[in-house]
Ligand binder design. Structure first.
Ligand SMILES: NC(=O)c1ccc[n+]([C@@H]2O[C@H](COP(=O)([O-])OP(=O)(O)OC[C@H]3O[C@@H](n4cnc5c(N)ncnc54)[C@H](OP(=O)(O)O)[C@@H]3O)[C@@H](O)[C@H]2O)c1
Length: 285
């Protein structure tokens, strides 16, 4: 049996769709989340409550895609939402039981020395997050590594993920809306803050294939779109034809220009990534 946690969420919904496209017909699949669903394969449960998880026959689980968690927005209790939920699930699975364990981690696990100006954060780069969210993703990775104990494990590290179904309050849809109304785009972030933007269907494809084909390893799941905040605003403006100005309120806080090499994931999965500009077009239509 395959279990996908977080299947009611933005990324989990896309992974469930990718699994269904590729799923061998004889593979039993269970999807979990807390929100109710009418999906026949779906079980609603709070993974934070270790005593309430018996709706799944855990000893028959052979493949686990762990996507449940709190994404890095807002002031949240990441330790409970990301770390405890992971611990609760893994303790129901015996050592050596899984033929594939896939964790949706994050590029936020990486840290860097003060004063760095420009860094390439590949999969070997030291993990040392300064944020509560990053530390919770790091702890999730450690729990999974400990559980796998050298057996099958796939750690996927995406940056910000965009695509159909993303929350409208996210930066990208907000910028597109403002451009459509020719409103100014005010930039408040550190001037050199760069992010890698990844389409949700590309992440879903990698997660589904890692699970179904048992591809182990740690991967930056990063596209070719690494942009600083001004480059992002300019791309949205150019693509939507927005006429509002870009207003520079950026801080000069020291923040290295980060890039995330993606050769390893491209080689392992033979992928080419979707382009952010194409999705901005779709959002603007
Ligand atoms: N979005 C991004 O840009 C991004 C980037 C990198 C990594 N990630 C990682 O990807 C994962 C999914 O993120 P997302 O953007 O899809 O977030 P999301 O839309 O908020 O979905 C989170 C999912 O986790 C479930 N969940 C959370 N706490 C739970 C609990 N205690 N018990 C059971 N289910 C629980 C949610 O269930 P209900 O909503 O039904 O309660 C939902 O299905 C997270 O681990 C996040 O750290 C996200």
């Amino acid at each position: 049996m395959l279990v996908l946690t977080g299947a009611s969420g933005f990324i989990g919904r896309a992974i469930a769709a990718a699994l269904r496209e590729r799923q061998p017909p004889d593979l039993a699949m269970t999807l979990t989340g807390r929100r109710p669903s009418t999906d026949a394969q779906y079980v609603s449960m709070d993974l934070g409550d270790a005593n309430a998880l018996d709706a799944i026959d855990w000893p028959s689980v052979r493949t686990l895609i762990h996507c449940a968690g709190a994404p890095g927005r807002g002031d949240q209790d990441f330790a409970a939402k990301n770390v405890e939920t992971t611990r609760n699930v893994l303790q129901l699975i015996a050592p050596g039981q899984l033929s594939a364990l896939v964790l949706i981690s994050s590029t936020r696990v990486y840290g860097w020395p003060p004063g760095a100006e420009s860094l390439q954060l590949d999969e070997e780069w030291p993990r040392r997050s300064e944020t509560g969210y990053g530390r919770s993703k790091l702890a999730q990775e450690d729990l999974c590594r400990e559980h796998a104990d050298g057996g099958p494990l796939t750690i996927l590290r995406p940056g910000p993920v965009y695509g159909p179904g993303m929350a409208p309050e996210n930066l990208l849809p907000s910028l597109v809306r403002r451009c459509q109304q020719d409103e100014p785009l005010e930039i408040f972030a550190p001037r050199t803050h760069t992010e890698n933007y990844l389409h949700v269907d590309d992440l879903a494809l990698v997660a589904a294939r890692a699970a179904l084909e048992s591809v182990s390893g740690t991967f930056n799941v990063c596209s070719d779109d690494t942009l600083d905040i001004f480059e992002l605003a300019e791309l949205v403006k150019r693509t939507t034809g927005g006429q509002g100005p870009i207003v520079d309120r950026a801080t000069d806080a020291p923040y290295p220009r980060l890039s995330f090499p993606n050769g390893k994931v491209k080689r392992a999965f033979g992928l080419s990534f979707r382009r952010l500009a194409d999705h901005i077009h779709e959002l603007a239509e």
